[in-house]
Design a protein around this ligand. Structure first.
Ligand code: SAH
Ligand code: SF4
Ligand code: F3S
Length: 450
């Protein structure tokens, strides 16, 4: 018998947040020693994994329609003499619904929650023997991280999970139920993973957590996110550090100071506020006010004046009146965002807000969302337009859409395209910004870098 396993094809479809993107990469790492290599299409794959998101109703419903399609695809393949692919549901819907998924769609072979995917090899082997458990939904991330193999990087930027879970229990949100309580990885393990990434050519890491700025405020980790950032900034070859997602409550003085002092910490901050109305913030259990949020932004801007601010907003939370929504628009005007995500409130089973009186009509939500988006759009365009004429350091990541072009990111996370030779991929290069659109910038290399 030969020592190397034959290649099997693995297809992973990822929904939801960056944590799921990280988890999907780690699932591929876990399965690689078994001979699984990634493919871009589900057709003909031996193993299909849907890494799911439960945050809004639409995200959850998408999983079931996708499973219906996969079932048909598999039946056609088997009828044509092909092999039977194994279908796995992973991620937050897996954690929330468990066995119910297999009842609703019997074609599913295995359901694996976000803290259990290190067990995939064993679980897949069991399903192949057609016996044993088909559900793994533990709540202990430490066992998972201890069991994960070495990290493989592809590209010059990478995500790195440092914290999982949430203790905040915003009344609209399922995350505390799908990801469990706040838990931080030890700093040594994070540093070791960052070093593995840098050794493979990564120059920028984004530290991930559902509440990443609560890093080490639970029992794990040490010193808080600011100390972690400073520790990682000392790694030779790691030039850029970002982190997401943060809660306004955990934006402490040490972290704000780091924004002014650590050159590797990029001037971009995603700090969701959800609403500008204190009444609604209270009903959401956010534990901050519009004013305290604005004061936090002021302090951050004092430390790092050019910082780009982004956020998340929910419109149509139960009880939201016109005046509450106007307060949100006022807050948006006061902050001035580089970009933001906005959502219509979605009623999630089991969350307190789902049972609140004053649920808002869809038509009203639609109208508010459109107005908010118009304002956020104007702000994003203005932020991008303000870069025209400046020279920004751009980390080139890959080839662009047009021949001879590369695409990279500015310090403010804007996509920047410029005509540049391929050898500059992985380099941070000064680019003169010449044009700006809603989602990207165009520029030209400054002569001395060519
Ligand atoms: N931990 C992060 C974000 C988690 S979810 C934080 O606290 O900011 C990402 C975003 O989805 C949230 O910021 C919120 O704006 C949105 N969201 C969460 N639950 C939602 C719901 N039930 N309906 C609509 N949007 C929701
Ligand atoms: Fe959800 Fe709130 Fe926790 Fe963010 S802080 S994950 S919105 S409960
Ligand atoms: Fe979705 Fe789970 Fe992330 S619900 S947003 S994939 S933490």
């Amino acid at each position: 018998m030969s020592g190397t396993a034959p290649t099997k094809r693995l297809f992973i479809k990822t929904y939801g947040c960056q944590m799921n993107v990280y988890d999907s990469e780690r699932m591929a790492d876990v399965l690689s020693p078994l001979g699984y290599a990634m493919t871009d299409v589900p057709e003909g794959a031996d193993l299909v994994v849907l890494n799911t998101c439960h945050i809004r109703e639409k995200a959850t419903e998408k999983v079931y329609s996708e499973l219906g399609k996969l079932k048909e695809m598999r039946e056609e393949n088997v009828a044509g003499g092909g092999s039977r692919s194994t279908i796995v549901v992973a991620g937050c819907v897996a954690q929330a619904y468990g066995e119910e998924i297999m009842r609703r769609q019997p074609a599913v072979d295995l359901v694996v929650g976000p803290q259990s995917y290190h067990q995939l090899p064993e679980l897949i082997a069991r399903t192949h023997r057609a016996r044993g458990e088909r559900l793994a939904a533990d709540f202990a991330p430490d066992a998972k991280f201890d069991a994960l193999p070495a990290r493989r990087a592809s590209g010059v930027t990478a995500f790195l999970t440092v914290q999982e879970g949430c203790d905040k229990f915003c009344t609209f949100c399922v995350v505390p139920y799908t990801r469990g309580g706040e838990w931080s990885r030890p700093a040594e393990a994070i540093e070791a993973e960052a070093r593995e990434l840098v050794a493979q050519g990564v120059r920028e890491v984004t530290l991930l957590g559902q509440n990443v700025n609560a890093y080490a405020k639970d029992a794990g980790g040490e010193g808080g996110l600011a100390a972690l950032v400073r520790r990682l900034a000392r790694i030779e070859g790691l030039d850029r550090i970002r982190y997401t997602t943060s809660h306004p409550r955990d934006m402490d003085a040490a972290l704000i100071a780091a924004h002014g002092e650590v050159a590797e910490l990029m001037p971009y901050l995603h700090l969701p506020v959800q609403s500008g109305s204190d009444r609604i913030l209270k009903a959401m259990n956010r534990a901050h006010t519009a004013d305290s949020y604005l004061k936090t932004i002021e302090k951050i801007r004092a430390a790092r004046p050019d910082i780009a601010i982004s956020g998340d907003f929910i419109v149509g939370f139960p009880g939201e009146r016109d005046a509450d929504f106007e307060a949100t628009l006022d807050l948006v005007r006061a902050v001035g965002h580089a970009g933001a995500f906005s959502f219509k409130y979605s009623r999630r089973p089991g969350t307190p807000a789902a049972a609140m009186p004053g649920q808002v009509d869809e038509a009203v939500k639609d109208e508010r969302l459109a107005r908010l988006n118009t304002l956020l759009d104007e702000q994003a365009r203005a932020f991008n337009a303000a870069q025209v004429g400046k020279v920004l350091p751009v980390l080139f990541e890959k080839k662009g859409r047009h021949h001879g072009q590369l695409i990279g990111r500015s310090p403010y996370l804007q996509a920047v395209h410029a005509v540049a030779p391929d050898r500059l991929i992985g380099q941070i290069v000064p680019v003169r910004i010449e044009s700006a659109a809603r989602m990207s910038l165009g520029g030209a290399l400054e002569l001395e870098s060519v």
